[in-house]
Every structure is written in C-alpha cells, then in structure tokens.
Design a protein around this ligand. Structure first.
Ligand SMILES: Nc1ncnc2c1ncn2[C@@H]1O[C@H](COP(=O)(O)OP(=O)(O)OP(=O)(O)O)[C@@H](O)[C@H]1O
Ligand SMILES: Cc1cn([C@H]2C[C@H](O)[C@@H](COP(=O)(O)O)O2)c(=O)[nH]c1=O
Length: 684
C-alpha cells in the first residue's frame, strides 16, 4: 500500500512511463524465459531449436490473425478497464506456465500449454497495446511527445531487454555456482522469471486501476471509431504499398528488425559455435539491446544535422554489415562488438524511421502507417527469431574436405552471412529511393554533419551545357587559354560564355576591388568575400548559361579558394570547401584545366603585363609554393575531372592539348556536344 501511495505521488504521464517500463521488462523476461523453459523440456539440438523457435513463433500468430480486429475491440471499452482486465488475464496465464510443470509430468503437455498460453497472452496484448497507445497523447504534453517517443523506445528496446537478459544470466550463474544448494524445481531461473513477469502484470493492473484514472479518456465516440477502424486499417496498408518513400521506409524498418531477429534467433547456436555457454548467450542478447539503446539515445547526438532520410539508409547498411561481421566472428569479443553494432544500426534506423514517419506523412494517414509498422516489426522480429532458430537447429555444423583441406561449415554463420547481404542490398535501395541529396558525397556529408556542417543539397542540375574551369598560379596563362578555347569552340559552332572569378558581375567587380586592391581583409573575411562573389556569379551567370545549353569557361573557380585561402592562408581546407559548396549549391565543373607553373616564372610573366602587382601577387614565394602544390594535390585526388598541363609549354601547344581533351569529352557525351546527362556536376 505504501508503494502504491508513493507511485500515486508521481505525475500521471510519469506514472504511465513507469508502468510501460515495468511492462516492457516483464514482456522481455517472459519472451526469453518461456522459450528457454520450453526448450529445456526436450533433448537434442534439433528438438531444442525447434521448440525454442516455435514457442516464439506462436507469439506472432495472434498478430497475423487478430491485428486489425484487436484494435477495434480495444476501442469498444473503457481504456483503463481494458488494460486492467488484460493484465489480470496475462498475470494468470504467465503464472500457469511454470505451475503446469509442477502438476503435470508430461513434457509434451507442458510445452503445448506453454505455447497455448503464449498465444493467448499475445492475443490479449494486442488488445492492451491500442488501449495504451490511444491513452498516451492524453497524458503527455504535445511539446514533449517527441522526446517521450525516444524515451519509450530506449526503455522498451534498450534498457528493459538488457535488464531482462542480465537478470536471467546473473540468476543462472548464481544458481549454478553452488553458493546455494540446488534450487527446487519450481525455483529454476526461467521459472522465477515467469513468476516475476506474472506479478509485474498484476502490479501494473493495480497501478493503472487506482493510479492512472486519466487513461479512461473522455467522451463517447465509439460508434464512429468502431465503424471506421477496420476499413481505415486496410486503407493504411494500401497507402503504404502505393507510396514509394513510405514503402522504402517501412521495408527498411522491417529489414532492420529482421536482421536483429536473426541475430537473436541464432545467438544460442552462435555462442555454442564460439565454445561459449548460456551466460554468453544472455550476454550477446543484452549487448544487442545495449547497442539498440545507444543507437536510439546517442545516434541523433552523433549525426546531428544529417538528413534523416540518408541516416535511415546508412543505419540499415551499418546493421546489415555488422550482421555479416558476426558471421566471421572468431571469438566472443568479436561477437560482442558485432552485436553492439547490429543493435546500434537497427536502433538508429528505427528512430530515424519513426521520425520520418511522424514528420513526412500526412496527419490523416500517420496513425495507420504507425500501426502497420508496429504490427510489422513485431511480426518480422518474431518470424526472424523463430525461423532462424529452426533453420540453424536443423542445419547444425559440419566439416567438409575441400581439396584436402578440412573446412567447417556452420548453418548459423551461413544464415548470418545471407541475412547481412540481403540487409545491405535493402539498405542501399532504401537509401537510393529516399535520398534527398542526390549527387552529394555520402561520407563527406556524414563527416560534415557530425562536425555540425552538413553539405548542402545540390540545386537542381542542368542536363545541358558544359562547364570548363581554368586554374593555376599567377601568370600561368589562364586568360590566354580561356580566349583560345572559346575561339576554337566558337569555330565549331558553339555558343561560349567566358567568365572569371572574382569580378564577373557588377557586385563581383566591387568584391574584386575590395579583395585585391583595398586594405587587407582578415583571412576569414577574404574567404567569405570570394565565396560571396562565387555565389552571385554561379547564380546569375554560370547556371543560367548552362541551362541554355552553352559552354561556360571560367578563369578560376572553387579550387582557387581551396589553394589560396586554404593552403595559402592556412584556413581549414574542409571549411573552405563546405563554404564554396554551399555558395554554389554544389555545382562542380565538368573539366578543370590546371596550368602548372613555377611561381617565379608565373609571377615574372604577370609582372611583364606592366599592370602593377595586386595584393595576392605581392605575397611571399612560400605562399605561392603552397598554392601551387595545393592545386596539384586537388588534381591528383580526382584525375578524371582534371587536365594538368605544364604551363611552360608554348601557348599553341597548350591550346591544342586543351581542345583535344574538350573534343574527346564532348564526343564521349554523344552529340550534340554540350547536351550530356548530368555527370555529377551537381555534387558538393
Ligand atoms: N604559355 C605561355 N608561355 C609564355 N608566356 C605566356 C604563356 N601564356 C601566357 N603567357 C603570357 O604570360 C602573361 C600572363 O598570361 P595570362 O594573363 O594569360 O595569365 P593568367 O594566368 O591569366 O594570369 P593571372 O593569374 O595574373 O590572371 C601574359 O603576358 C601572356 O602573354
Ligand atoms: C577566385 C579566387 C581568386 N583568388 C586570388 C587569386 C588571384 O591572386 C586573384 C585573382 O586574380 P586574377 O588575376 O583574376 O587571377 O585572386 C583567391 O585568392 N581566391 C579565390 O577564390
């Protein structure tokens, strides 16, 4: 009574959260303990695998048969009473499983009753869940629904399964340690877990009945809901099937849960293949859920502003890749790492998925899509656990002689390998279907996001036009070659726009004057001024010309900022790159012609023009050396996009080499010369 009074002092939504936590712990204990209890009644690896898998499989049947109907039933009655009656029934059923073993001496009968009781429990749970879900928004302030969602996921899939696995593991180790005399039959660890589960249900019934009266809800709109729910549920399934983004999302979530299920289902056999025992199984099971909890709890902190659509696909690939890693795990430490990563990937995919479901799906269908996901994840998890348990139980492990070498083949590892490969394909296809930043490099985007600077999505690209850029140090001969190429292309009947940075626009001319001929701006201000010139130049000159299908030849572009402000001024090159990528909306040139020249030669050529040196030309030789090698490094990192030429060659020779390359490119793209498909020009 005292305990109940302290619970009553907690605010209603916190009380509900407490109840959900205890309920979830009981559920996980029940799931594990029932399966272990049932498989302990038989002997032999195949029989144990079959019983373990089938007992769990029985839990998915009600969802298959009763899923939609149970939701309607739950809406007919007072939610609080529904939850209380369901919990009392589940208390009795959970209690009956270990008690049967005490009064009946027939393994077949005990296993059958465990399966029947499990089926009934699951059917009742299907009525309990909608009643609870409908109550949550009444108890939690709207502004806190999202964080509460994260909290609930962590509790359900992160904290309570870990506590369940660790408690069972500890109980098992304690009982077998010999510290206490051999426990009586009714006090075996699995039995104790089932009693705990039963009494946790009774406690929840009491708290909900006396402590959370708000769950009952208000108003009586049952008739409308009764009529509509089944039909609405079917409409929800149709919507999921028809909408590619939602379909990808739902399939991805189910795939992630499927992978997790296979890891759980094979874990007992897997730990045996590592030469470890039952405690290792519980450890692996717990580790998987620690990963899940960490993925849900820490994932958003790590990836920060990464596009949720991209995060979702990447997380599935992480989970699936880790399942494959598990297949090759040679010892328990590797297996623990693999299980942790599987959990983290699946957890992040689940959170990103539910966030996307909440944010990108219209309010009118959101509830039903969530229902599909809830029922689907439940079923897929159970199917994966059950089937993999059965397959590896029957498949076993054998040694085969291949070319005189004895190789060990285990069905557990083969299954993990196949599941991982399928998951990777599913993750990549979900990523492709949903990607909202096409053309933006994935890893650079991830790295940038983790550091708080995600790459911007590329602006819509232009299929037509050709964008050629000339880069190089002072006096390398860029302006000379820009003119030569333009004339040659015009001779081929092309429309050409010659432009430059900085200073091609009216605003650009003022910026050019500021950066080259006025007081020295600070390095960061200088970088921003060049970026501002570039943003305006690309938006008003380059993109429009490309859209018209013309050839744009620019004297300098992004690489000049990377070389001068990055290497020259020693500002972080990645930051300069991000700035330029943002300024240009990710527009990349089709070809960069780098005219490489010794700075001393280039500077003396520039001086020969007799126009006086600008601020940058007056920089030290070491500055110009750094600039030169930065250009060369950039070209080496992306050789297909660059043409590097020794600028000490004659202007005519250089012009021929450049024209040859441009003609070769245009032929590759198929005539007409400039009308190629977007070739990655719009990447960041
Ligand atoms: N290949 C070459 N060999 C010798 N001199 C050249 C060559 N190309 C250009 N020049 C001469 O070098 C000088 C600088 O050339 P240009 O203006 O084309 O260079 P730039 O790279 O555009 O210079 P800046 O970086 O200062 O704008 C000019 O006087 C030009 O005639
Ligand atoms: C685009 C760009 C240019 N610079 C520097 C490089 C040169 O010193 C001048 C431009 O003069 P040019 O005669 O037109 O070559 O500006 C730079 O530092 N950063 C840039 O992004």
């Amino acid at each position: 009574m005292k305990a109940l009074r302290s619970v009553m002092r907690i605010r209603p939504f916190r009380r509900l959260w407490l109840v959900l936590g205890v309920a979830s712990l009981g559920d996980w204990l029940g799931l594990l303990a029932t399966a272990i209890f049932a498989s302990a009644q038989v002997t032999g690896s195949a029989a144990k695998g079959l019983v373990f898998g089938s007992t769990i499989a029985v839990r998915l049947l009600p969802a298959l048969v009763l899923g939609p109907v149970a939701g309607v039933l739950a809406d007919r009655f007072d939610r609080r009473l529904t939850m209380v009656v369901c919990d009392i029934l589940r208390f009795l059923l959970f209690l009956s499983i270990p008690l049967t073993a005490l009064v009946v001496d027939n393994a077949g009968l005990i296993v059958t009753w465990a399966a029947v009781a499990t089926f009934l429990i699951e059917a009742i749970t299907l009525i309990w869940i909608p009643a609870k879900e409908a109550a949550v928004p009444n108890l939690i302030p709207r502004a806190r629904l999202e964080i509460s969602n994260q909290l609930t996921l962590i509790t359900t899939y992160g904290i309570t399964p870990v506590i369940a696995a660790l408690s069972l593991s500890a109980l098992d180790a304690f009982v077998r340690s010999g510290v206490v005399p051999q426990p009586p039959e009714w006090a075996e660890p699995a039995q104790l877990a089932l009693y705990f589960n039963a009494f946790s249900r009774l406690a929840i019934a009491v708290v909900v009945f006396f402590g959370i009266k708000e769950i009952s809800g208000r108003g009586d709109r049952r008739e409308v809901r009764e009529q509509g729910m089944l039909r609405q549920f079917v409409d929800g399934w149709k919507y999921v099937g028809k909408t590619p983004m939602v379909r990808g999302l739902v399939l991805g979530i189910l795939g992630a849960f499927g992978g997790g299920g296979i890891v759980i289902g094979t874990a007992r056999f897997f730990t045996a293949s590592l030469g470890a025992g039952d405690a290792a199984f519980y450890l692996l099971f717990g580790t998987l859920f620690i990963g899940l909890g960490a993925g849900i709890g820490l994932g958003p902190v790590i990836v920060r502003n990464l596009s949720r659509r991209r995060w979702f696909g990447m997380s599935i690939v992480l989970a699936a890749g880790s399942v494959m890693f598990l297949a090759f795990a040679l010892h328990l430490a590797m297996a623990i790492l693999g299980a942790l990563l599987v959990g983290a990937g699946a957890g992040m995919a689940f959170l990103a998925g539910t966030t996307l479901l909440g944010g990108e799906i219209g309010d009118d269908v959101r509830g039903r899509v969530f229902a599909v996901v809830n029922t689907g994840t439940r079923m897929i998890l159970m199917i994966a656990i059950a089937l993999s348990g059965v397959i590896v139980g029957a498949g076993g492990s054998r040694r085969v002689e291949i070319a005189g070498v004895s190789v060990s083949f285990s069905s557990t590892r083969a299954l993990l390998l196949v599941a991982g490969a399928v998951g990777i394909v599913a993750g990549i296809s979900a990523f492709r279907q949903m990607d909202d930043k096409r053309g933006v490099p994935v890893l650079a985007d991830l790295w940038g996001s983790m550091r708080g600077r995600p790459l911007s999505a590329a602006e819509p690209g232009h299929a037509d036009g050709l964008f050629v850029v000339f880069e190089g140090g002072e006096g390398a001969g860029k302006s000379t070659q820009v003119k030569a190429l333009a004339e040659a292309l015009r001779g081929h009947g092309r429309t050409v726009v010659c432009t430059r940075e900085p200073g091609a626009t009216e605003i650009g001319a003022e910026i050019r004057n500021l950066v080259l001929h006025r007081d020295s701006p600070s390095p960061r201000a200088e970088a921003l001024l060049y970026a501002a010139d570039r943003a305006h130049h690309v938006a008003t000159v380059v993109r429009p010309a490309l859209a018209r299908g013309e050839v744009v030849i620019s004297d300098r572009y992004i690489d000049s900022s990377l070389a001068y402000q990055g290497a020259g001024r020693t500002l972080p090159v990645e930051e300069i790159s991000w700035l330029s990528s943002w300024a240009t909306g990710g527009l990349k040139p089709d070809l960069v012609v780098l005219l490489d020249v010794d700075p001393a030669v280039g500077l003396s050529r520039a001086a020969g023009r007799g126009e006086g040196a600008d601020r940058l030309e007056r920089e030290a030789t070491s500055f110009h050396e750094r600039v030169r090698y930065a250009f060369l490094d950039l070209a080496a990192a992306d050789p297909r996009r660059y043409l590097v030429l020794d600028a000490s060659r004659s202007p005519e020779e250089l012009a021929r080499a450049i024209m040859d390359r441009v003609l070769a490119m245009t032929q590759d793209r198929d005539e007409p010369v400039m009308a190629g498909a977007d070739n990655g020009r719009n990447g960041a």
